[in-house]
Design a protein around this ligand. Structure first.
Ligand code: SF4
Length: 370
């Protein structure tokens, strides 16, 4: 069936750039009226992200697109698909035979998936940055779980489509830097890596990690177009966002004056307390901030105890490392507001250059008043 595997790809990975080109705005409006589940899916993805719950994807896996020995996957004979130029001829030559009913099911699944994705993107693009960021982080996490189980050949196509330059499982330096600059882990620093002809030596699981970062960037990008049919759904999500922001976070940690925490740190703590999987950059920012203002290590561990991947021993090790009690013995200073903005961890404009200045100014004002 010509091109049938492409529909499986679109169904599982609706963020592929050619997916958005398949429908005009008029067609999207018509389809949204025909299939109400599209909007329900889009809203669910956004609300789940705001709530900090994990969003599971259910990939379609029932197209054995690599078992065919016709002209499919000729590129694989050359090497590990590194010469793939996304021509998609392998899909064009595909001769898998499916029943009409099964084929319809696959095509419909692709349509619903792509249109749900486009609708969700249009909706989050109209919401505050922090909502868009939560959506991007949550969805990238969910898709990257599917990448883990994906066939090598498909993974290779996806990575290329996202703009990641690969040779085998090694990643070209510019692609590597774009992702690694957002990963706060010494292993990812360039000085700790090996190179072969401009390619950084990486393995399959590291390529998946890089894909996740590229995808997060793609998902965070704003979509300029909007459809009037989405207006009532946008209002519904906006009122949910307002309620979410009104929820008070209980912060009490011994002597540290939690009422003086800047909004970014309150937000990160609130996300962790809701069991959200916050990015490494936010964890590092919070840990170094709390250490800098004199919070005890046990209290910091306590904050992280609600994180979904919490491991006490690992957390203690990392916190002690940031505190300068391990490694080279240097205590880290928490990132400036500029750096916080770069990693999308800033959520307000407080007219300060550093979260620590926000905290100290607030403390000074309180002391002066008393
Ligand atoms: S301006 Fe600075 S202190 Fe305020 S939220 Fe942004 S990063 Fe935090």
């Amino acid at each position: 069936m010509k091109f049938l595997p492409i529909f499986r790809l679109l169904s599982n990975y609706p963020f592929l750039s050619f997916a958005a080109k398949l429908f005009s705005e008029i067609e999207i409006e018509k389809e949204l009226e025909k299939f109400p589940e599209i909007l329900e899916n889009a809203k669910r993805d956004i609300i789940v992200a705001i709530n900090g719950k994990s969003n599971q994807k259910n990939p379609l896996n029932d197209i054995p697109c690599l078992e065919c020995d016709l002209n499919c996957w000729k590129c694989s004979e050359i090497g590990i698909y590194e010469n793939c130029n996304l021509c998609m001829n392998c899909f064009e030559n595909c001769k898998i035979s499916y029943s009409r009913e099964a084929e319809e099911k696959i095509r419909l699944s692709a349509k619903v998936s792509v249109l749900s994705y486009i609708s969700a993107k249009m909706l989050v693009s109209r919401l505050e940055d922090w909502v868009r960021m939560r959506y991007a982080v949550n969805e990238a996490e969910a898709f990257s779980e599917a990448f883990d189980d994906e066939r090598d050949e498909i993974l290779y196509i996806l990575a290329k489509e996202m703009g990641i330059k690969l040779r085998g499982w090694n990643v070209y330096i510019t692609s590597y830097l774009k992702a690694s600059s957002r990963i706060k882990d010494d292993d990812w620093r360039l000085v700790n890596r090996f190179f072969i002809d401009g390619y950084v030596k990486t393995n399959r699981s590291q390529v998946v990690r890089i894909m996740k970062e590229f995808l997060r960037i793609r998902l965070f990008e704003k979509k300029n177009s909007f459809l009037s049919v989405l207006e009532p759904h946008l209002k519904e999500i906006e009122s949910f966002v307002i309620k979410e922001k009104e929820k008070k976070v209980d912060l009490s940690f011994g002597d540290v004056d939690t009422n003086c925490f800047p909004p970014c740190m309150v937000e990160i703590i609130s996300e962790i307390r809701k069991g959200m999987n916050v990015p490494h950059t936010a964890r590092f920012a919070l840990t170094s901030f709390l250490l800098n203002i004199g919070m005890k290590i046990d209290d910091i561990i306590n904050i992280f105890s609600t994180a979904p991947d919490f491991d006490e021993e690992k957390s203690r090790y990392q916190i002690e490392h940031i505190a300068g009690m391990r490694g080279k013995g240097a205590e880290y200073t928490s990132p400036s507001c500029d750096t916080m903005r770069t990693y999308y961890n800033c959520i307000a404009n407080c007219n300060v250059k550093h979260p620590l200045i926000f905290y100290r100014n607030c403390k000074k004002r309180k002391k002066f008043r008393t």
